[in-house]
Design a protein around this ligand. Structure first.
Ligand code: HEM
Length: 161
């Protein structure tokens, strides 16, 4: 049974994750605009913490959903036109690239967040931790953007084409 709501033969949680992947990059860009242009540091902090929580809950529920549906291979079996072996091979390569970015993002994001909450004063302002925070922050930004792009490609090649 497919339970997705985007009109493809995916599961409900796969569709939720796709929406989260689409939403995360513009939200992050807005948060960076707030910190760089508006110097609205507290709002930037709140958005980043919220984004972290939303991503954590989404990824957690997604993992449960994957187990319940017997893994990605079982979900792909619901396709109307099955993938050829070449398409399968390409799909798995893409999936591993995506997993690399998504796993590194979790660690980078957590490190950026925990260190910022520990070392940046409350209310937040530029401080001695700024240089490291900016470095980690931009790395996290690039990593999560690549997670989003590769995740959307996984969905596209697995369920849309
Ligand atoms: C994973 C979560 C976060 C990411 C990805 C992130 C990302 C960034 C980035 C990329 C910048 C640099 C912008 C620039 O080039 O000027 C920045 C600046 C800043 N962030 Fe974050 N941030 C996060 C969480 C936080 C948190 C939790 C706080 C507060 C506790 C915070 C406070 C600040 C402050 C005060 C600045 C300005 C630093 C300065 O200009 O000296 N950030 N953030």
């Amino acid at each position: 049974m497919y339970t997705g709501f985007l009109g493809f033969r995916a599961t409900f949680m796969l569709d939720v994750v796709v929406c989260a992947l689409v939403g995360v990059v513009p939200t992050l860009l807005y948060s960076l605009y707030l910190v760089k242009v508006q110097r609205a540091y507290a709002l930037h902090r709140n958005i980043q913490v919220l984004l972290g929580l939303v991503l954590l809950v989404t990824v957690g529920l997604f993992e449960v959903d994957m187990r319940m549906h017997g893994g990605i291979r079982k979900i792909l079996e619901q396709r109307q036109i099955p993938l050829t072996s070449e398409q399968f091979a390409f799909f798995y390569k893409l999936l591993y690239v995506h997993l690399f970015f998504s796993v590194t993002t979790i660690f980078l994001w957590a490190a950026t967040l925990v260190l910022a909450l520990r070392h940046i004063p409350n209310p937040p302002t530029p401080c001695a931790h700024s240089t490291l925070h900016k470095r980690l922050g931009w790395l996290s930004t690039v990593d999560i953007t690549l997670t989003s792009v590769t995740g959307l490609m996984v969905y596209y090649f697995g369920f849309v084409v």
